[in-house]
Design a binder for this molecule. Sequence first.
Ligand code: DP6
Length: 375
Amino acid sequence: TIYQSSTTAPVNIAVVKYWGKRDPKLNLPTNSSISVTLSQADLRTHTTAACSSKFTEDTLEINSKLQDVSGVRTQACFRELRSLRSALESADSSLLKLSTLPLRIVSENNFPTAAGLASSAAGFAALVRAIANLYELPASPTELSRIARQGSGSACRSLFGGYVAWQMGEKDDGSDSVAVEVAPASHWPTMRALVLVASAAQKDVSSTSGMQTTVATSGLFPHRAKVVVPAAMAKMERAILEKDFATFADVTMRESNSFHSVCSDTQPPIFYLNSTSHAAIRVVEGINKVAGKAIAAYTFDAGPNAVIYFEEENKDSVAGTVQALLGGLDGWKGKTFETQDTTKLDQKAVGVLKEGVTRVILASVGEGPIKTDES
Ligand code: DP6
């Protein structure tokens, strides 16, 4: 017999950034963070977890390629989930002894892996959720986030939909470093995100090694972790609860800039943004200037792709402007917006953006993992 369960898990894009570990083994961060979970139509990982006595060893396949499962991250997730299942089996002898069977995990992304599109976040969230479902664990998303965090820090936030905080915690064992819901997607459902893909290539410096070098060498970093981020966390939580887009935008853009500043302050410096990213910043500033207020907010992770947050009511001014500039690029799925006047924008930035963006993905704030078992 093969026992199996499938799930999808979403991508999340941080608006208060995680950058720095106080414990690299457990992925315990030096600061808390907040993200928005994106809708799964365009960005998600689908994972099936199976176990059987017919399997000879644990295996993990991502986009049809067999991965090495011996890494500490995957091992930590397997071990923690097996131990929860094993505790259930000890308490109830009628339960099948699934915890001792080899696991076969098959995972598929519908977006480019390692392009700075948070594939590790959706990937580990889906892996943990799928195995937890297979094992019928009664664990809450917050409890599972403690496990997903050990796969990839940002993955802990992808166990929830909507607006999610990862509380850094204080304990050495990481038991209080978990994700919690700030607000469900339904609280502020009009949030949209436009992803401008500037490169689908693998990123230069992985976030794992990049953030460790920043912690070790950046003089600005302690100020960011101790002063800048705690203030941003408080402001951002309030902005989300009050659906205050102007504050949301201000904190989001400052946070992205602060994160990329400590990257430049790293020795040797880390540059994730390229000329296309800089052009996207100028264009967003132009859009906000024309509107007379912040209706769009840019943010960048460990790569050059821009994510632009905006509200549905401003879709024409934001997505319409981007569409007028970039045209019907692959990924719009036939969506059309009212065409906007783009003559007031920085024309040099417009030229660079047109040159560098290869794909556009439009998403909304979305739900957490969704079980996809057929029966
Ligand atoms: C810039 O979660 O990929 O996207 O814990 O080493 O796997 P590891 O790092 P990862 O780092 C993400 C960094 C970021 C900011 C964020 O998502 O908060």
